[in-house]
Design a protein around this ligand. Structure first.
Ligand SMILES: [Cu+2]
Length: 199
């Protein structure tokens, strides 16, 4: 029997006793008389039992309630965790965008110019990060020039051939050593070439 049942048993016994003793007291003038202490003791015991079981039952209820509450809070935590997960995945979604901008930011633009008077570039060495590499080329001279990117003698990309103007050439480059040069016959041999280092 649990405390709740015991509480009801004690309560009912108390109520029944009260009715019985009241009826007895009304019907028999001498009741309770000498039995009074025992009657009083009986009621004290019943009230004591009822109170005790009521308190115990209340404690059980409280524990049950706490269990329910902690269950509810677990559920709330789980929900929160889900929300955090969603937040994280949302952040993950956002994280892809900076990654995109990062790959865009690895697109590097280099400046290269032809010498206005000689068959030469203004540098023989260029450096870039891997990714999309663009060489903005300006040719102030009236001599035709272009700029090509090669590796191991293989042309990767080449610009237009221009005089007194600007053009550009782009290529997706992995880390490595490349050559940039002017493809106009004789110009590279005359010194219009250099090393493009991608790292
Ligand atoms: Cu040239």
């Amino acid at each position: 029997m649990d405390n709740e049942t015991l509480f009801y048993v004690a309560g009912i016994a108390l109520a029944v006793s009260a009715v019985l003793f009241t009826v007895a007291a009304l019907r028999f003038e001498k009741f309770p008389g000498r039995a009074a202490p025992f009657v009083a003791l009986w009621f004290v015991v019943l009230v004591g039992c009822a109170t005790t079981f009521a308190v115990l039952h209340a404690q059980d209820e409280k524990e049950h309630e706490e269990a329910t509450l902690s269950e509810a809070s677990h559920e709330a935590e789980a929900e929160e965790a889900e929300v955090v997960d969603e937040g994280a995945s949302a952040e993950g979604g956002n994280a892809e965008e900076p990654a995109k901008t990062e790959s865009e930011s690895t697109a590097e633009t280099l400046e290269l110019a032809a010498d206005p008077a000689a068959i030469a570039f203004d540098t023989t060495s260029l450096e870039s990060k891997p990714g999309k590499v663009t060489i903005d080329f300006s040719n102030p001279s009236s001599l035709e020039h272009d700029v090509a990117i090669e590796q191991g003698g293989e042309e990767i990309a080449v610009s237009e051939t221009i005089t007194q103007g600007e053009t550009s050439v782009s290529a997706e480059l992995a880390p490595g050593t490349y050559t940039f040069l002017c493809t106009v016959p004789g110009h590279a041999e005359a010194g219009m070439e250099g090393t493009l280092t991608v790292r």
